[in-house]
Design a protein. Sequence first.
Length: 233
Amino acid sequence: FLLQHTLCKILCLYLSGPQCSQIYILTQFEKTKTFSVQKQCMEVNATRPNQAVPPVSVTLYYESLCPACRVFITQQLFPTWTMLQDIMAVTLVPYGNAKELPSPNSPFTCQHGEPECRGNLIEACIIHLTRHSSLQIIYCMESAADVLNAAKPCLQLYAPSVSWSSVDSCVNKGLGYRLMHANAVMTRALNPAHTHVPWVTFNGVKHIENEDKAMSSLFNLVCQLYKVRTCLC
């Protein structure tokens, strides 16, 4: 099973100036069917953050089968995080325009139907169980032709120590629904209330002008919001 991905080619240039005594990462993205380069990309420190400055908090409220969400995750969020992970903290909230129902057996309805509800549930469980590796796994799933069927191989690729049975148990034995309820509460608490997905907040705040920038150049926006010069920015 191979997924077609946009992977990083990394060239490191060591700069010695007082403002740039760190590694500069130049990245070029290309389509390939190999994961090895991307896995190496995950292990590279692209920036060395100023310890006195907190990272930019980026929270994405989304749906697993929403086309626009998938584009944002694969073309903006993940590539930016790959390069700026030391100065940005990403939180993923799969729920979006779903609705909670007073039914113990099927407590949610989703904009893109039952498959999306299951996708949201799987992704909520993966985020809960894998923590640091969750964004890589979600990217892997969202860039695949079949999001749901990609879940298991993506988990095995990026979090081999986490068994698929633990995800399956989360999805089918109640924990997943509790996680989804928590996501519903977070989504309903948004102020202003979300009107569409993807819905992105920065440092807990929603600004329409920031959203417009994020959809076209998240990298530049994160650099702008960090407010401290790094070589990469």
